[in-house]
Ligand binder design. Structure first.
Ligand SMILES: [Zn+2]
Length: 344
């Protein structure tokens, strides 16, 4: 700025008080300046800053806040942090190469922030209220987040519990299902084993000359045992005696098999009918020969009717006929016994 003397100007406005900047190094070099060239203090006893606005502005370094505070203190004007920050952001937008921070601050404070009109330097607010509020808000936010996390954790804990409970239930269901399957498989295995056993038995069925028929080994054993029992109880001597004893044993076997079928299939009417038929045949046969179960073990061959049959046979009163092989065993026996009856 050129230090041109402007005596004409100063002399044309004599009413305006003239002031000299107290800074020895002022550019105006002791020249009289207008009052508006000096910042106004809120302390009426001071009136104006002793340095001109240019000198004050130059004394301020915004990276050293003490320089700002010193000016504010001299002007007995409050330093309000938030207003200062707002001014700085406005100046940054202005892109003024030589900004007057103090001038801009005072203008903003005196116009927009009338609520600080009565504030003096001692009333300064050095901390940002906005920041304090921001901090408070952040703390509240953090607390909210913390509570939310807590709720989330609790929710997850409950979900985990529920998940575990369902997992336990699932395992239990699987265990029950597994046991059920195992039982079913065991049952299936048992049935298969039984079926296999029956198949083997059936496969072992073959022709037995003595018994004039096809039998399984088990059936043959039954017949042989039955026959042996009869031999113990009765005097069986001739070929014919043996034949009758065998018929009785065979009738018993048929009845036994029919009984087993009926027991396995109690609702099967055919099985029941077969058993009834077999029982009737056996009874008829036994009674005809006086060979009823009640008389077994009497061991008195001469008293039993069967003994009488043998007696008759031995006396040649009874000559058995040859019975064709293709006739039903029971029928054969019944036929023979009817012959016996006739012969007695
Ligand atoms: Zn000056």
């Amino acid at each position: 700025m050129a230090a041109t003397k402007k005596k004409k100007t100063t002399t044309t406005k004599p009413k305006e008080p003239k002031v000299i900047c107290q800074n020895k190094n002022c550019d105006s070099m002791g020249r009289y300046l207008s009052l508006k060239d000096f910042y106004k203090s809120r302390n009426l006893s001071i009136g104006r800053h002793p340095f001109c606005k240019d000198c004050v502005d130059r004394s301020v370094d915004i990276t050293d806040m003490q320089t700002v505070y010193d000016v504010m203190q001299t002007l007995d004007t409050p330093f309000i942090k938030d207003v200062w920050i707002e001014m700085l952001s406005m100046e940054a937008l202005n892109e003024d190469p030589e900004p007057s921070y103090i001038g801009s601050y005072l203008k903003l404070l005196n116009t927009k922030y009338r609520r600080y009109a009565t504030y003096r330097y001692k009333d300064s607010i050095f901390e940002s209220e906005y920041a304090a509020l921001e901090k408070e808000r952040a703390e509240a936010e953090a607390e909210k987040r913390r509570q939310e996390e807590e709720r989330q954790k609790e929710k997850e804990r409950l979900e985990e519990e529920e998940r575990k409970r369902q997992e336990e239930e699932r395992k239990e269901r699987e265990r029950i299902e597994f046991e059920k399957r195992l039982q079913e498989e065991n049952m299936k295995k048992i049935l298969e084993e039984e079926a296999e056993k029956r198949r083997k038995e059936e496969a072992s069925r073959k022709w037995y000359e003595d018994w004039q028929g096809e039998y399984t080994e088990k059936e043959i054993k039954y017949l042989e045992d039955y026959y042996t029992e009869l031999q113990k109880d009765f005097k069986i001597v001739t070929r014919n005696h043996r034949d009758y004893a065998r018929k009785i044993a065979q009738a018993s076997l048929i009845m036994d098999n029919a009984f087993n079928r009926m027991r396995e299939n109690p609702d099967d009417k055919d099985a029941v009918a077969s058993y009834n038929t077999a029982t009737a045949n056996f009874d008829r046969l036994s009674k005809s020969a006086q060979f009823a179960e009640s008389q077994r073990g009497a061991n008195d061959v001469s008293l039993g009717c069967f003994g009488r049959v043998f007696d008759a046979v031995e006396k040649h009163n009874f000559v058995p006929q040859h019975i064709p092989e293709d006739k039903d065993m029971i029928d054969k026996i019944i036929d023979q016994f009817s012959n016996i009856e006739k012969s007695l």
